[in-house]
Design a protein around this ligand. Structure first.
Ligand code: ARG
Length: 259
């Protein structure tokens, strides 16, 4: 099954850790449809950086994927405020997953607006680590679905959550990884794996001093190569491109915390 993500730095996107199988080789960055799209970029995956404690969704279901070269698409701001979103705030999930439970994948990248809800309403087996690590949102037919995993949950255009788990689709609120809980790890990972220029808050990168014993044996061209083009076009939501058709889940008789 396909997954989504959100570009947080020109060469890094944020997604769900349970999406590791979807992001092994290549991603589509900035597509409008599932398939060929003249506006999208096709970029190789350099490495996957799952949150170190991740074992199983929806606990610590967060991962950063490093691209082999920077995208030129606009990045999305990620939420730094623990109290955002508040209960009842309108949030927007974005993805190209199934349009109905057990249905078919959406041809286009779509979005749905819905209110956040109290995670405590969900069964304990779905929220194994307690409600504070998640944002919960939707119900009454408004929800993410299979194939939307890893994709963004936005509040006023700011990335507040990552599609992680749910019970079927549209029946109960969906469960999203709460981005602000992982702020230090995200900031640190950008400083460590981000292309230049790095955010202002990163520790300075000190090049080794040039001394006769320490001369570069190659031209120092890497930094220039890694500088992204300034042309930020539109906000990019990468999706994996090893999409394959999935069997309909219509015969499933009991709900599971589905991938
Ligand atoms: N884990 C699912 C995926 O891989 C997403 C589940 C979200 N489900 C929901 N009802 N909100 O795509």
């Amino acid at each position: 099954m396909n997954c989504g993500g959100a570009l947080i730095h020109p060469n890094l996107f944020l997604t769900a850790a349970h999406c590791h199988a979807s992001f092994k080789k290549q991603v589509f960055v900035g597509p409008v449809t599932q398939y060929w799209d003249a506006n999208m970029e096709i970029i190789n995956v350099e490495r996957q950086i799952p949150f170190p404690a991740f074992r199983e969704l929806p606990v610590d279901d967060i991962m950063i994927v490093q691209l082999a070269w920077p995208s030129t698409k606009a990045t999305v701001e990620y939420n730094r405020r623990a109290q955002v979103p508040a209960f009842g705030d309108t949030v927007t999930a974005v993805g190209a997953g199934l349009t109905t439970e057990g249905g078919s994948v959406s041809l286009y990248v779509e979005h749905v607006d819905m209110p956040t809800t109290n995670c405590a309403d969900l069964p304990a087996w779905l929220l194994r680590e307690g409600p504070d690590n998640h944002v919960c949102a939707g119900r009454n037919g408004k929800d993410a679905c299979q194939g939307d995993s890893g994709g963004p949950l936005l509040a006023n255009g700011v990335l507040v959550g990552i599609v992680s788990a749910g019970i079927g689709c549209g029946r109960r609120p969906g469960v999203y990884t709460r981005v602000s809980k992982y702020l230090d790890w995200i900031d640190d990972t950008i400083c460590q794996y981000g292309s230049f220029p790095l955010p202002a808050g990163c520790p300075p990168v000190t090049p080794p001093a040039a001394s006769p014993q320490n001369l570069p044996d190659r031209e120092p061209e890497e930094a220039a190569e890694r500088t992204p083009s300034p042309a930020a076009l539109d906000t990019a939501f990468p999706t994996s491109n090893d999409y394959e058709k999935v069997p309909s889940a219509a015969g499933t008789s009991f709900p599971t915390a589905s991938e």
